[in-house]
Ligand binder design. Structure first.
Ligand code: FES
Ligand code: FES
Length: 151
C-alpha cells in the first residue's frame, strides 16, 4: 500500500508498485494535464513535482512515491494564476500546447531554486524539456517575466 498526496489530497494505492506515476495520475486520477511524450525520461512532457522538485513521472515508479507530495499542473495554483501561468498567457507561449504543462512545472522548479534566473540558468535548467513546436524563446521570456527579470 502506497500512501501519497496529490495536489493536497491524500490517496492510497495498492496496485502494481512498478507502475509509472504518470499512469496513476492520468488513468486513475484523471489528471490529464500531465502528458505522455517519450515514456523514457527524455522529453519532460510528463514533469510533475515530487516533494517540490520536478521529476519525470513516466519513469517514477509508484513504490517511490510513498509518503510523497505530488503536485501536477492542476495543483500548481488554486486558481490557475501562478505567475508562470500568467506570463505564459501574456506572451502567448503555446503553440500546440502538448509540452507546456511539463515546461511550466519544470520552470516552477527553477524559480523555487533561483527566483531571479539568468539566461544561462534558464537554458541549463530547461534543457531537458523538449518542444517540437520550437517555443523556446517565448518560454525563456515568460520565465523572465514571471521572475520579474528584465528580458
Ligand atoms: S514522457 Fe516522461 S520524459 Fe518524456
Ligand atoms: S508547444 Fe507544441 S510541443 Fe511544445
Amino acid at each position: 500500500m502506497v500512501q501519497l498526496s496529490v495536489n493536497g489530497v491524500a490517496h492510497k494505492y495498492d496496485g502494481d508498485p512498478e507502475m509509472p506515476l504518470l499512469w496513476y495520475l492520468r488513468d486513475l486520477l484523471e489528471l490529464a494535464g500531465t502528458k505522455y511524450g517519450c515514456g523514457a525520461g527524455l522529453c519532460g512532457a510528463c514533469t510533475v513535482h515530487l516533494n517540490g522538485k520536478p521529476v519525470r513521472s513516466c519513469i517514477t515508479a509508484m513504490k517511490d512515491t510513498a509518503g510523497m507530495k505530488i503536485t501536477t499542473i492542476e495543483g500548481l495554483s488554486p486558481d490557475g494564476k501562478h505567475p508562470l501561468q500568467l506570463a505564459w498567457q501574456d506572451l502567448n507561449v503555446m503553440q500546440c500546447g502538448y509540452c507546456q504543462s511539463g515546461q511550466i512545472m519544470q520552470a516552477a522548479g527553477l524559480l523555487k531554486e533561483k527566483p531571479k534566473p539568468t539566461d544561462a540558468d534558464i537554458d541549463a535548467y530547461m534543457t531537458g524539456n523538449i518542444c517540437r513546436c520550437g517555443t523556446y524563446q517565448r518560454i525563456r521570456s515568460a520565465i523572465k517575466k514571471a521572475a520579474g527579470v528584465k528580458a
